[in-house]
Design a binder for this molecule. Structure first.
Ligand code: NDP
Ligand SMILES: O=C1OC[C@@H](O)[C@H](O)[C@H]1O
Length: 320
């Protein structure tokens, strides 16, 4: 979907070469590999996009970093804070770019919301609310061994929204309640986040029930809402509704809605690499090829531990 002068998919890898070849043929990709290692070692690959399942993210990220690649890893980058810290440390030590694929951040509707917030249109912010839930029949979601569960797969979109609207502040207190799936993963979770000055964030995520799938922020003057939470194509401020269609003329049939919106994060990666500077992680930017770990409280560990402690009654194997 993007100009070939800017982006080219030059290789694809799978654990089975036949599957990589089939995908490469279908999408006109020049090279197919039967292992991720071979792709990581391909000198024509500048950026590795990692779309394996959650438990394989870390190993594949480290493999590609070791091969000197910039890395865009699907969300959640790690299944817990320790994994994320290890990947960020490795990227930093090698001076390489690393980004978590929270594609939501780069949608035009999100950019429009950010300018509404920057203009102070809503007044002093008081509360943010996000929901993401639907009945999803994906085996990986109910499988503990695949780091399934609502919070890791869907809750992450809610947390990143709340973190974004409150400027990346860390909440002072977190509490959570949950329905636990018979496989032991979190099925439906509601979380309350208390920020300084009585400002509040709350979200519900569910892999077994349809929720509003909208995210909103309210202030002393007005309220703004984007939807759907994870791939926003609509922004409503007061009664003013703006559409940001993202079919982008693509004729592809995708597994997940608004998938053409993946181009926005790809463009962001290119922009960062061309700027050649590390992007703010803790509020400072560094000259030279740095790394970005799209940091949000979720992966700081404390929130994840609170959530998993509250939700599952014990720090789960994959608590964030
Ligand atoms: N940004 C977004 O909108 C979305 C993001 N995601 C994220 O993308 C990632 C992949 O999700 P999805 O594509 O639904 O997952 P799939 O269940 O389709 O698995 C993706 C790939 O993981 C690879 N894989 C590597 N090791 C294993 C293993 N041990 N067991 C099974 N598969 C393995 C397989 O590749 P192969 O066998 O070919 O090597 C498989 O094709 C997740 O992290 C998810 O959070 C998912 C959907 C939407
Ligand atoms: O990232 C995602 O977005 C859409 C969901 O259906 C999917 O399970 C999730 O991984």
């Amino acid at each position: 979907s993007l100009p070939r002068s800017d982006h080219q998919v030059v290789a694809v890898a799978a654990r089975e070469l036949s599957r990589a070849r089939e995908f490469a043929q279908k999408h006109g990709i020049p090279r197919a590999y039967g292992s991720y290692q071979e792709l990581a070692e391909d000198p024509n690959v500048e950026v590795a996009y990692i779309g394996t399942q959650n438990p394989q993210h870390k190993a594949t990220v480290l493999m590609c970093l070791a091969a000197g690649k910039a890395v865009l890893c699907e969300k959640p980058m790690g299944v817990n804070a320790a994994e994320v810290r290890e990947m960020v440390a490795e990227a930093r030590s090698r001076g390489l770019f690393l980004m978590e694929g929270l594609w939501t951040r780069f949608f035009p509707a999100t950019e429009a919301l950010k300018s509404v917030l920057a203009q102070g249109t809503l007044g002093d912010l008081r509360a943010a609310r996000a929901e993401m839930g639907f009945v999803i029949a994906l085996p990986r979601l109910t499988d503990w061994a695949q780091a399934g569960g609502a919070v890791l797969d869907l809750g992450i979109y809610c947390v990143q929204f709340i973190s974004m609207v409150f400027g990346g502040q860390r909440p002072e207190k977190i509490s959570a309640v949950a329905r636990v799936h018979e496989t032991g993963v979190d099925d439906t979770v509601s979380v309350l986040l208390q920020y300084p000055g009585g400002v509040q964030g709350s979200f519900t995520c569910s892999i077994s029930s349809k929720l509003s799938n909208a995210a909103s922020v309210s202030g002393t003057k007005d309220r703004a809402e984007v939807s759907p939470t994870w791939a926003p194509v609509e922004l409503v401020v007061n009664n003013d509704r703006k559409e940001f269609p993202c079919s982008l003329g693509s004729k592809e049939i995708y597994n997940f809605i608004h998938s053409p919106g993946m181009i926005y994060e790809a463009m962001h990666v290119r922009k960062c690499l061309r700027k050649g500077k590390g992007v703010e992680d803790t509020g400072r930017s560094k000259p030279g090829r740095g790394c970005l770990a799209a940091r949000h409280p979720f992966h700081s560990g404390s929130y994840g531990n609170y959530i998993s402690q509250d939700v599952l009654g014990h720090p789960s194997a994959y608590s964030m």
